[in-house]
Write a protein that binds this ligand. Structure first.
Ligand code: ADP
Ligand code: MG
Length: 295
């Protein structure tokens, strides 16, 4: 069995020992109705790197994900960037596909699997639609590849699931199907916006294990958004901490204990642990921030 620690150092390093970037973003700025909600933000994501975006509600996490995924069309908001490129290619301006949510090279998944899947198409036809045509030309090849994709997410009866529509499956199965479809188009980058927020803690951990394992197997990079810094620490290589529309700290997950920004420290101190669970009251971010500021 591979342990989590084994899975952690897999971001692909080039000969110079630096992670080759898949995604490069410089001065990404997002406005809604003329109001700047994401201030100029720059970051890179390495090949096979897993990056978590954490921060409080309204800090701009989903806006960044949606801008990358192509889900902020003009009329909804204005996205501008000096650079926004995937493997050196500028991200195309054309609108992303809604279901399954994707643009060339990038797939997106959301908290609610139903909103990422077409309710009336069978799972098999949704999978077949995103498999690269160049590789799976014949119907027979596509059926075999679709079955293999479902087996990869731990589905033991792929034939039955392929002929089902999403509504006929349990919530857990739909999550798996959603991941299979998101990866079937062989994206370079998978973006997951709060994929586990609707799940209880133990299910959240198993979904994260499945998702990080799959992105590694598929050679993709992963950006996942979470408000749970414990999940970020456990499953990411790198963490971007957002507050009020800005990335206030970028830090290796392994170095989180040495985070310097008071906001990151606040998030860490609010993390329930076995010892803090014995406190009568968990500290809230407000009280921690006040103490940090007063100190
Ligand atoms: N479609 C939209 N129209 C107007 N304002 C929006 C829209 N989407 C997000 N915002 C605003 O942008 C800010 C960041 O939101 P969001 O990216 O959803 O944050 P997060 O995902 O961190 O909770 C918030 O103030 C939110 O109200
Ligand atoms: Mg959000």
């Amino acid at each position: 069995m591979t342990t989590l620690t084994d899975q952690v150092a897999v971001a692909e390093e080039d000969v110079t020992g630096t992670v080759a970037p898949v995604l490069e973003v410089t001065d990404l700025t997002i406005r809604y109705g003329g109001v700047e909600k994401v201030h100029p933000t720059s970051f890179t994501i390495g090949r096979r790197e897993r990056v978590a975006i954490v921060g409080e509600s309204g800090s701009g996490k989903s806006s960044i994900a949606n801008a990358l995924g192509g889900f902020i069309p003009p009329g909804v908001g204005e996205v501008s960037a000096a650079t926004m490129s995937l493997s050196g290619r500028s991200l195309p301006a054309e609108k992303a596909q809604r279901i399954p949510a994707r643009r060339q090279g990038i797939s997106m998944i959301f908290q609610d699997a139903m909103s990422s899947l077409d309710p009336i198409w069978s799972v098999g036809s949704q999978l077949a639609a995103v498999l690269p045509k160049s590789r799976y030309g014949s119907r027979k090849d596509r059926v075999a590849a679709a079955e293999a994709r479902l087996e990869q997410v731990g589905i033991v009866e792929p034939r039955r699931v392929m002929s089902s529509v999403p509504g006929q499956l349990s919530g857990g199965m739909r999550q798996r199907v959603m991941m299979a479809i998101a990866l079937a188009s062989e994206p370079e980058l998978l973006i997951a916006d709060e994929p586990t927020s609707a799940l209880d803690a133990s299910l959240a951990v198993s979904v994260m294990e499945l998702m990080t394992g799959l992105t590694i197997e598929n050679g993709a990079s992963l950006v996942f958004i979470t408000h749970d810094i414990a999940l970020a620490r456990r499953f990411a290589d790198k963490v971007l901490v957002m507050q009020a529309g800005s990335v206030v700290e970028t830090i290796a997950a392994a170095d989180l204990d040495h985070a310097t920004h008071p906001y990151t420290r606040g998030l860490l101190e609010c993390m329930p642990t076995l010892s803090s669970a014995q406190l009568e009251r968990l500290p809230t971010l407000d009280t921690v921030m006040r103490e940090e500021t007063a100190a």
